[in-house]
Design a protein around this ligand. Structure first.
Ligand SMILES: [Zn+2]
Ligand SMILES: [Zn+2]
Length: 868
């Protein structure tokens, strides 16, 4: 048991032999747990079993779980902290308890891993006598080697299951120690390392803080694979194990440095190694870079790695290569890495090069901010500066904080948050309903928060008004002209969700009629109708008829179902790297955003459109199933990347063609969609494309209108448009050539006239005339012709275009007149200014009526300045 793969396998095999069912690692994106950003322990997928919300496949379970810890990302690079790691764990759901867990752990560590029992130190919660007795009985460890530590208590939150735990430490030997006589497990020196944590989940803490015993006691254990591997491979740090060394090596090769030669470079190499693993696994599990949530964590980690790459002297993109090493190392254990290799590397490289473009400028600016702060004697970077780095140069605030700290400065985080809030406020002001909804939050809290949605099967229902809100307050009635929100006990109105817009329609009884303008779900399970009272009045408690605009809903359903067919067709024709990245489903159009790295060609678009229409004609029946997330995935359903799903999910299928997890409303059969046409395709961000399309009547109307426009064009062109347009273009080109030729002829004949009117001054030919020219450009062309003809001379031409006078002055070589000075002098007369070179200058002014006077000054000017 030497390599990390052997350790993983040995662990799972050991527990399999002890009647445990091995569960595959769940995604880093937790399913159905909105309280958690990323999976951070093996327990996450076991939690529903512990809480009795789901039935486990057996009472004994084991796993190797991909985990991500987001705390202290900015300290990674020291030898201890990791972001991504793997956790080995065994779990008992109401089966064995303390003694069993201790016996398994002890046997694995001493028999399988081969640790010297004398170097293993159990620790327990100070008053956990049950664990104390179990340790002695099962392992024979003497009482003085069982250490009582008050930190040995586990809880997931202030309310919920909790209990004492027992951590097993390994003694690395006195050479790692601090030498203090009190040195023992719990000491902050690196001698005693925590290897395995056994959690005895035996209590439940309620809202008042009181503990009560759980009816069913559980075991949850966790052991970091990296640390165990380090000890078994006898390495000083995890970075020297086979889990990290090849990644470090790759980064060192790219940078042209050697690991172990310089502490500062080593630090950066460790950052790159850890973060390469992190970004690879995050992207593999569907996280994409963004400014929010998981996407922001990915962005932070990736950008921090780029920065440390620069510190190592790497100027090009390199994370795609280190990610490649991660995939090579881990692909056997985690096949999703191999399946998505291209996608992973592409996403990483694109984000890396995006940040790389602004990094240097941002770093310069930061240096400037730091210098300014120091000069002003401040110990803090201004929040507005930090925000500028964030907003314009893509510096995650945590990165700026880290860089500032290296320079001995703090960061005004409050100021940063304020600048951020101000920008959000501006964005929010644009969405009026959003602002109103926020204001109404307090009112919602006073309403029943469970509204049943009837609209999958019905478009009208008799219901009761259980809440009315106007201006953020609960009201008892609303009268004609009032606008506000109505909550019904149950409703057929679909609230905006999953890209599908909210329903509109009517809520009415014999006393009053309200028009429903929109339906929203501002908090989970609360459906709110935004209404305007058209006539009469409605009272809280009224029984009403709620009627959805059926025609509009049907058109929404056609577009939503078309979206599902489109999603499937995209994956068929472009490849399975296509993932939905967003959608809008409205009665008159649909919009579908998806991951893809180049423009979709017209041929591909045509094929996709044809594929969707083929499935429409196949008239596939819709099937809707409520099932579990796992079963839906097993049935081949497409789940949205990064979307959280609850325990029960709704799966919408069309024949065998498409299955998606979806809460929206759909047509009965694909034939109901009628027709499908793609209107446009474009880029909406790095690696994300957008297709806009129409279904049903809007699709037919679109085609009809395009054909009508084409027909109108044909009749105006008087023939087949493609042929006629080609002929017209050729004709136009010929005409342009003729016009240019005529212009030249005209200029030549004008030049001839002007030459005849030229004045001779001491052997110099002076032309000063007003001509018809549409632009300065034309004046110059004409001037060129004249200059060539006069040989020794001065040419000044003036014209009025767009109501303003303009002049061009030219002087042949050796005449001794400066064209720029001449232009400037003459321009004064037309109320303007001029300038240029000694041989060519121009001028403009504001008084067109003075142009002739100005031109009349040329001859006297030449006479006065000649020979000076
Ligand atoms: Zn110590
Ligand atoms: Zn859907």
């Amino acid at each position: 048991m030497k390599t990390s793969s052997e350790i993983r396998n040995a662990f799972l095999r050991f527990f399999q032999q002890k009647d445990h069912i091995v569960l595959p690692s769940s995604s880093l994106v937790p399913e159905g747990d909105p309280s958690l950003l990323l999976t951070n322990a093996g327990m996450v997928q076991i939690k529903p079993y512990f809480l009795g919300q789901a039935t486990p496949p057996g009472p004994r379970l084991a796993s190797v779980q991909k985990c991500f810890r987001t705390v202290d990302i900015e300290t990674v690079g020291n030898e201890r902290n990791l972001t991504f790691f793997e956790m080995l764990g065994n779990f008992s759901v109401g089966d064995y308890f303390k003694e069993g867990a201790i016996a398994f752990a002890w046997e694995f560590l001493t028999q399988q891993a081969g640790f010297d029992p004398k170097r293993l130190w159990p620790t327990i919660y100070p008053d956990d006598e049950e664990a104390f007795v179990a340790w002695q009985r099962v392992t024979g460890v003497p009482a003085e080697r069982i250490i009582r530590l008050p930190d040995n208590w586990w809880e997931a939150g202030p309310v919920g299951p909790n209990g004492p735990d027992s951590e097993i430490y390994y003694d690395r030997g006195p050479e790692f120690g601090c030498g203090r006589p009190t040195c023992q497990p719990g000491c902050d020196c690196p001698r005693f390392l925590e290897v395995w944590n056994l959690v005895f989940m035996q209590y439940y803490r309620d809202e008042t803080g009181a503990l009560s015993p759980l009816p069913r006691k559980n075991i949850d254990t966790g052991m970091g694979l990296e640390r165990l591997t380090m000890l078994l491979q006898d390495k000083r740090t995890v970075y020297e194990t086979d889990l990290f060394a090849p990644i470090i090596q790759k980064a060192a090769d790219i940078a042209g440095v050697r690991y172990g030669a310089d502490e500062s470079a080593d630090y950066s190499l460790r950052v790159v190694a850890d973060h390469s693993r992190a970004v690879t696994f995050l992207v593999a599990d569907g996280v994409l870079p963004s400014n929010e949530g998981r996407g922001y964590i990915l962005r932070r980690v990736l950008r921090r790695a780029v920065r440390h790459g620069r510190r190592l002297g790497i100027e090009r993109t390199f994370l795609g290569e280190t990610a490649g090493v991660v995939i090579d190392l881990m692909g056997t254990t985690y096949p999703e890495l191999v399946q998505r290799r291209d996608f992973i590397c592409k996403v990483i490289e694109m984000e890396e090069s995006r940040f790389g473009q602004t990094l240097a400028v941002g770093l310069n600016l930061l240096d400037q901010f730091i210098a300014e702060a120091r000069q002003a004697g401040r110990t803090e970077l201004a929040g507005s500066d930090v925000f500028r780095l964030y907003d314009t140069y893509g510096f995650p605030v945590e990165l700026t904080t880290e860089l500032a700290r290296e320079a001995g400065l703090r960061v005004d985080l409050e100021g940063f948050q304020q600048a951020m809030a101000e920008q959000r406020e501006k964005a929010r002001a644009a969405s009026k309903f959003g602002a109103g909804a926020r204001q109404n939050a307090e009112a919602y809290a006073q309403l029943p928060l469970e509204v049943e949605f009837l609209g999958y099967t019905r478009l009208a229902a008799t219901s009761q008004i259980v809440g009315m809100i106007m201006g953020g307050r609960i009201v008892g009635d609303m009268a004609a002209g009032d606008e506000g929100e109505i909550v019904l006990r149950e409703t057929p109105f679909y609230a905006e969700a999953g890209g599908q817009v909210g329903d509109t329609g009517r809520i009415a009884n014999e006393r009053g009629v309200a028009e429903v303008l929109d339906t929203q779900r501002p908090v989970p399970n609360l459906i709110v109708h935004r209404v305007r009272i058209l006539e009469g009045a409605l009272l809280a408690g009224d029984i009403v008829e709620a009627t959805v605009d059926a025609e509009r809903r049907a058109s929404i359903a056609r577009h939503h179902s078309a979206t599902h067919l489109l999603h499937k067709a995209l994956r068929e024709i472009l490849g399975t790297h296509v993932q939905q990245a967003g959608s809008l489903v409205a009665p008159d159009r649909l919009r579908f955003d998806f991951t893809h790295f180049q423009a979709v060609t017209p041929e591909e678009l045509a094929a996709i459109e044809a594929r969707v229409n083929e499935e429409i004609r196949a008239n596939l029946p819709r099937g809707t199933t409520i099932t579990t997330y796992q079963e839906a995935l097993a049935a081949g359903a497409m789940a949205l990347f990064g979307e959280k799903y609850g325990e029960r999910v709704r799966m919408v299928c069309f024949g065998d063609y498409s299955c998606e997890l979806c809460g929206g409303t759909h047509v009965e059969r694909t034939g109901d969609i009628g027709a499908f046409v793609i209107v446009s395709e474009q880029s909406v961000g790095a690696g994300v494309r957008r297709i806009e399309a129409l279904a049903g009547e809007p699709a037919v109307r679109f085609i009809r209108e395009r054909l009508a426009a084409f027909d109108r064009m044909s009749s105006r062109l008087g023939g087949e448009p493609e042929v006629r347009v080609q002929a017209l273009l050729e004709e136009l080109q010929a005409e342009r050539r003729t016009v240019a030729q005529l212009r030249r002829q005209l200029a030549a004949s004008q030049a001839e006239r002007l030459l005849n009117e030229a004045v001779q001054v001491d052997g110099i030919t002076v032309v000063s005339a007003r001509v018809d020219a549409p632009s300065t450009e034309a004046l110059r062309e004409m001037g060129d012709v004249l200059r060539d003809r006069v040989q020794r001379g001065v040419v000044v031409l003036g014209s009025v275009f767009n109501g303003r006078p303009g002049l061009v002055a030219m002087v042949t070589p050796g005449v001794g007149i400066n064209a720029a000075d001449l232009a400037r002098t003459v321009a004064i007369r037309i109320g303007g200014s001029g300038g240029g070179r000694p041989d060519l200058a121009q001028a403009g002014g504001r008084h067109p009526e003075k142009l002739s006077e100005a031109l009349a000054e040329v001859v006297p000017y030449v006479r006065a300045h000649l020979g000076r």
